[in-house]
Ligand binder design. Structure first.
Ligand SMILES: Cc1ncc(COP(=O)(O)O)c(C=O)c1O
Length: 393
């Protein structure tokens, strides 16, 4: 099956050599019946595990009734999804889209429109300040402000209007903001960069700087949000409230692509009919699954599991420091683990872990990312950490 893909599938990914055929909870099974613990969880799209029964039931019920209307008509599921999502996240309004990149694009358009209509920035002069080593998606505008040459090279010309500053550096951020600044757009934790967690106070500082400068603070919580770090939103660790938050991945429960911008009324209401949209955004199937996702998060159970099991993850990784692990960063059930390069690349470590029945994803050199479904048990997590210990010894 792997070689059958080769001639007919664009080579924009380099997957581990495992062909998954079915899955449940924290486990996937390949075509030969081998089982693996999934410690990637679809880059956090599977926060609730594979095929969570409540999500599957919501999808089935909706499939039997209505799947798509386009936004040319109303559907009877979207209002409830919107209301419950804004209540969960503490905002006024939401804009539904599908993929994470679309939520980011929507955030950029909202920020620019807000800058012209509300802040009074002269036409076409708006700037958005972003962080180095960001990952916000793959569209041409988004890669325009990436600092990853692999993501950019060959895809120019690029969209202007972005200023890049080092992450976790408030002085640099302050220096980059001026009267043209529409927004500061950052990830509260940089996932793809290796789960880089900023210093305590950084997010608070970003909030204060943006408030003082009269520009928006937009947090990309597409990977960090919806329970992963032990809070509904990762900005919750500092009690910070951005003007808008970008959500995706887990919002679709691992079933359908669902993303959204949630934010203050002043920001979201700058859009008028015809100025932005998406055929599939806010479709009834997505709204039904998204509502069921919000319902799971309303209980707080998954956030608590991430906090509690996060302690087990951190302790387990701390025990491996000096025994193959040279450093790690972790928050909730999310970790970036730097492996001793002498033991292999992140890819090689991931392949060895695969042979031990554990699936992870490498990033940049010898770093691997661990992001189990939040339904993983303590026993399963400990067994995965033991497997990591074995492949590093
Ligand atoms: C922080 C962040 N933003 C945006 C995206 C893009 O999401 P998508 O792949 O659904 O377009 C990702 C994907 O990994 C992400 O981690």
């Amino acid at each position: 099956m792997i070689s059958a893909e080769e001639p007919v599938l664009a080579h924009n990914y380099h997957p581990l050599p495992v062909v998954v055929a079915r899955a449940e909870g924290a486990w996937v099974e390949d075509v030969d019946g081998h089982r693996y613990l999934d410690l990637l969880a679809g880059y956090s799209a599977l926060n609730f595990g594979h095929r969570h029964p409540a999500l599957i039931e919501a999808a089935h019920r909706q499939l039997d009734r209505l799947t798509l209307t386009s936004r040319a008509f109303h559907n009877d599921r979207l209002a409830e999804f919107a209301r419950r999502l804004v209540e969960l996240t503490g905002y006024d309004m939401m804009l539904p889209m599908n993929t994470g990149a679309e939520a980011v694009e929507s955030g950029i358009k909202l920020a620019r429109k807000w800058a012209y209509d509300v802040k009074g920035v002269p036409a076409d002069q708006a700037t958005i300040v972003v962080a180095a080593d960001n990952f916000h998606g793959r569209t041409t505008t988004i890669v325009s402000f990436s600092t990853d040459e692999t993501a950019r090279a060959g895809f120019g010309p690029f969209t202007p209007g972005f200023r890049i500053v080092p992450y976790n550096d408030l002085a640099a951020l302050e220096a980059a903001i001026d009267e043209t600044t529409a927004a500061v757009l950052i990830e509260p934790i940089q996932g793809e960069a290796g789960v880089l967690i900023p210093d305590d106070g950084y997010l608070t500082g970003v909030r204060e700087l943006t408030r003082r400068a009269g520009c928006l603070f937009i947090a990309d919580e597409i990977q960090s949000g919806l329970g992963r770090t032990g809070h509904t939103l990762a900005v919750g660790h500092e009690g910070v409230v951005p003007d808008a938050v970008l959500l995706g991945k887990a919002l679709g429960g691992g079933i359908v692509p669902v993303s959204a911008v949630v934010g203050r009324r002043e920001v979201l209401e700058v859009l008028r009919p015809g100025e932005h949209g998406s055929t599939f955004g806010g479709n009834p199937l997505a709204a039904a699954v998204g509502t069921a996702v919000v319902e799971l998060l309303e209980t707080g159970e998954f956030q608590s599991r991430a906090t509690e099991l996060g302690v087990v993850l951190r302790e387990g990784l701390a025990g491996l420091v000096g025994r193959g692990v040279v450093g790690f960063r972790a928050r909730g059930l999310w970790a970036g683990v730097d492996v001793d390069p002498a033991l292999g690349t992140g890819r090689e470590i991931s392949e060895r872990l695969m042979r031990e029945g554990v699936l992870v994803k490498d990033t940049h050199g010898s770093t691997i990312r661990i992001a189990p479904p939040l339904c993983v048990t303590e026993e399963e997590l400990r067994s995965a950490l033991a497997a990591l210990g074995r492949v590093l010894s």
